[in-house]
Ligand binder design. Structure first.
Ligand SMILES: Cc1cc2nc3c(=O)[nH]c(=O)nc-3n(C[C@H](O)[C@H](O)[C@H](O)COP(=O)(O)OP(=O)(O)OC[C@H]3O[C@@H](n4cnc5c(N)ncnc54)[C@H](O)[C@@H]3O)c2cc1C
Length: 469
């Protein structure tokens, strides 16, 4: 039976600000309210602050998940006017100004005077949600650990096999989406194969792995412009990554991916390990708010806001970050952080009786993406930088924005191990994560894994049978 709670706080007489999401937008909004005479309630379904730009390093065993996802309540533990609640927000009633959130059967209703919604975006499979099972995206720690299991697991399975054709299928990695995430993960899989795993196997040659980067568009890193896109493509090809542009993914199963080009030519790549790094879909909370306020949602499900990030007829509701659509601002961390600070400042101005700031303006500090160790691309306005200098800039910026001094030091250590050395410090794959390797273990739990063991009828050392269909 569902249990109902009314959340109450000692500071209830103060102006109540509810922040949904402890990502970049939500966390920066909450922090900017530190000294304000308000009661802040930060609600998130994970209560971590996830540093998404380094998720690909968790997926490829460079960093541990703890380094990039500190608990929000630890970050805010000195901020006395703020409490953090675990909960999946399932309802926002804009008339009665109440947010409803769940943890299992426990339901909590939290009232607000001002609301900041920063619930981000998930993966979009462009109407093919059935692909998700075969090609996980990279949006959460769960995704990164599942991918880690699939990537390392593919090398493990290949080592067991005798049939060279089967080995090839396990050593083919297809990354869909040639934006920053796709480029970074493809680059790291290539480095794994060529450097980190070089000496670890006896039967297979990891460097024989094939890494294919696929995109429906005409260029790699489209957001960086044609010049950097071309340079990045060349650098990736030099590393040994196959780039296939103008190709749409039209089919997928456990063992293969089907691509169709603009002329309708179809080809199939046999690959067990696929990664989806294309397309985003805004949090469903955007649609929920749009239905109640009359605001529009775009094709990615993002809600159109007023110029000051509020919703029509509801100046007390701010929507920021990846789930908001304003002036074609990109879905990047800086837009979310600056939006969070803007919303917090606006609330403070109102409490002081000052006039509202009429519009949020995003200040673009530039974009960057890594291609491999010691190689990155950076774009700051008209300035374009590539190579080692760009990589040093990338390193500095990412260390600077990681939350917590100990996490920064730990990360530098892991980077030294992976980039100067050749090992990966975080290769652990638990039994539960190993279940993400389709074909190898179709079992649903550990008990089933024991049950699928059948002793061979004849003694045949080191022969591995194909899985039963
Ligand atoms: C793999 C990857 C790499 C990236 N690399 C870069 C980069 O290099 N540079 C860059 O600028 N940007 C990068 N981005 C984009 C950047 O991370 C986002 O733009 C930014 O995180 C958006 O902030 P946000 O607050 O809108 O959403 P998020 O940071 O995603 O936070 C949303 C929060 O809301 C919570 N939430 C969602 N739904 C609910 C709900 N119903 N109830 C409660 N809580 C909920 C989530 O748990 C999450 O904590 C990357 C993104 C990804 C996925």
């Amino acid at each position: 039976m569902e249990q109902q709670f009314e959340s109450t706080g000692e500071l209830e007489r103060l102006h109540r600000v509810v922040v949904i999401g402890s990502g970049f937008g939500g966390l920066f909004a909450a922090k900017a309210l530190k000294k304000a005479p308000v009661e802040v309630t930060l609600i998130d379904k994970t209560v971590q602050h996830l540093f998404q730009p380094l998720l690909y390093q968790v997926a490829t065993g460079i960093l541990s998940q703890g380094v990039i996802s500190p608990p929000a309540r630890e970050i805010l533990n000195r901020q006395k006017n703020t409490k953090v609640l675990l909960g999946q927000v399932t309802g926002i009633d804009v008339e009665s100004k109440i947010v409803t959130h769940h943890v299992g059967d426990y339901v909590t209703h939290t009232p607000y005077d001002s609301l900041i919604v920063s619930a981000g975006a998930g993966q979009s499979y462009f109407g093919h949600d059935e692909f998700e099972e075969f090609a996980p995206g990279l949006k959460s720690i769960d995704d990164a650990l599942e991918l880690r299991s699939r990537i390392y697991g593919a090398f493990e399975v290949a080592e067991l096999l005798d049939d060279p054709e089967e080995v090839k299928k396990w050593l083919t990695f297809v990354v869909v989406g040639a934006g920053a995430t796709g480029v970074e993960i493809a680059g790291q899989i290539r480095e794994l194969a060529d450097r980190a795993l070089k000496r670890d196997f006896r039967k297979i040659t990891p460097s024989a792995a094939r890494v294919v980067l696929v995109d429906g568009g005409d260029q790699v890193l489209a957001a960086f412009g044609p010049n950097l896109g071309e340079k990045s493509k060349n650098a990736l090809e030099k590393l040994g990554i196959e780039i296939m542009l103008g190709q749409m993914v039209t089919g997928m199963d456990v063992r293969s991916v089907e691509l169709t080009d603009r002329d309708g030519h179809v080809q199939t790549i046999e690959a067990h390990c696929k990664v989806w790094a294309a397309g985003v879909a805004a949090s469903p909370l955007a649609k929920m708010l749009a239905d109640q306020t009359g605001a529009e949602v775009d094709r990615s499900g993002r809600i159109s806001t007023n110029p000051d990030l509020t919703l029509p007829g509801h100046e007390e509701i701010f929507v920021i970050g990846d789930m908001a659509s304003l002036n074609d601002y990109p879905g990047v961390a800086q837009v979310a952080m600056q939006g969070g600070k803007f919303a917090a400042k606006q609330i403070k101005r109102r409490l002081q009786g000052s006039a509202d700031e009429p519009a949020f303006k995003y200040f673009d500090k530039g974009s960057m993406a890594t291609i491999s160790r010691f190689r990155a691309v950076t774009k700051m306005g008209k300035i374009e930088i590539t190579g080692f200098i760009a990589w040093l800039m990338w390193l500095f910026v990412h260390i600077m924005y990681l939350v917590g001094f100990t996490k920064q030091i730990t990360t530098l250590g892991h980077w030294a191990v992976a980039f100067v050395g050749r090992t990966r410090g975080e290769r652990t794959v638990t039994a539960y994560q190993a279940m993400a390797i389709p074909d190898l273990l179709r079992a649903r739990n550990i008990a089933d894994i024991d049950m699928i063991y059948e002793p061979p009828t004849e003694h045949a050392p080191e022969t591995t049978e194909k899985p039963r269909e």
